[in-house]
Design a protein. Structure first.
Length: 57
């Protein structure tokens, strides 16, 4: 049973990383924060945090 909890945790972490990458890619393409929020299910605040954590280009 413990293995399934660990496996589920790994899956969730991978999904979070993928969502973050999608957010970064959409923002780089100039998609508005509001539209990114609608597309990903994240809040505007979460998107802004991800955006702020990215290195400036």
């Amino acid at each position: 049973m413990r293995e399934s909890v660990i496996y589920q945790s790994i899956l969730e972490e991978g999904a979070e990383q993928k969502t973050r990458q999608i957010v970064v890619n959409l923002l780089k393409e100039g998609v508005s924060i509001d539209l990114v929020a609608k597309a990903t299910g994240l809040t505007v605040e979460q998107i802004q945090q991800i955006q702020a954590s990215q290195p400036s280009e």
